[in-house]
Design a protein around this ligand. Sequence first.
Ligand code: NAD
Length: 256
Amino acid sequence: MHDIFKGKNILIMGVRNKWSIAWGIAKAVKPLGANLIFTYLGEKEKEAIEKLAADMDNVSIYPCDVSSDRDLDDLFDAIKKEYGILHGVVHSIAFAKSEDLQDTFVNTSRDGFHTAMDISVFSLVAVAKRAKELMTEGGSIITLTYRGSEKVYPGYNVMGVAKAALEASVRYIAHELGPQNIRVNAISAGPIKTMSARGVKNFTDILEIVEQKSFLRRNVTLEDIGGTSVYLLSELSSGVTGEIIYVDAGYNNMGL
Ligand code: NAD
């Protein structure tokens, strides 16, 4: 187990700080031998990643705003030059305008709707299109979703609609890339206190309810998500693709 990612190049997109789910995943896969490629949005995030990854060897960091095709092209050109081949991608990125997470869903603006879909959904399609060119030995792509795609969480609003589209995109991409032995799956994480989560109205209430009602009577941790990511990014899950895997302490199966 200790070297299942030896010689594997894994791209990790979406580390903002030490609370980020993407950082939890990086911490889980790094000790298993992976070479990590991080992307950042803005200088503050770059500094945060440099600090977090200071003790890690075989790491590189590139800028990438996923709303820019130019940034995406530059990123994958750079990865091709430096590594030649890619084995895994962690897409842990989402964004909605704060007003669209505070107001009612029917008041979502056209621009807010487009922004949420572009950053949180189309980015996976755009990344997969470029990643598949470098996954010449097969590979694994994972993304992060939330149960607000299926059920109504008041305040999650346009992000719930974006997550529904993201999950459908996982299945379409998985179908198309399957013949190249590239697997695509999503982890549907239970609520975790991160910067993005703070933007969701009633988030603290959601944490409390999950703690009381989930099968495990607790909220999930970055380590919980990290463990499932190791499974999905490695050959341990070689027959699994197009799936939405809940890591939510069992909460999604509660009826009441
Ligand atoms: P986070 O704020 O730590 O990470 C979000 C990341 O998205 C940040 O690094 C941010 O820079 C990046 N991002 C936003 N716009 C971008 C852009 N234009 N280009 C490039 N990067 C951009 O929050 P998180 O909770 O770790 O979120 C990661 C993923 O997990 C998201 O998809 C989120 O919806 C999902 N998720 C979170 C929870 C939760 O409760 N925290 C639950 C389920 C799913």
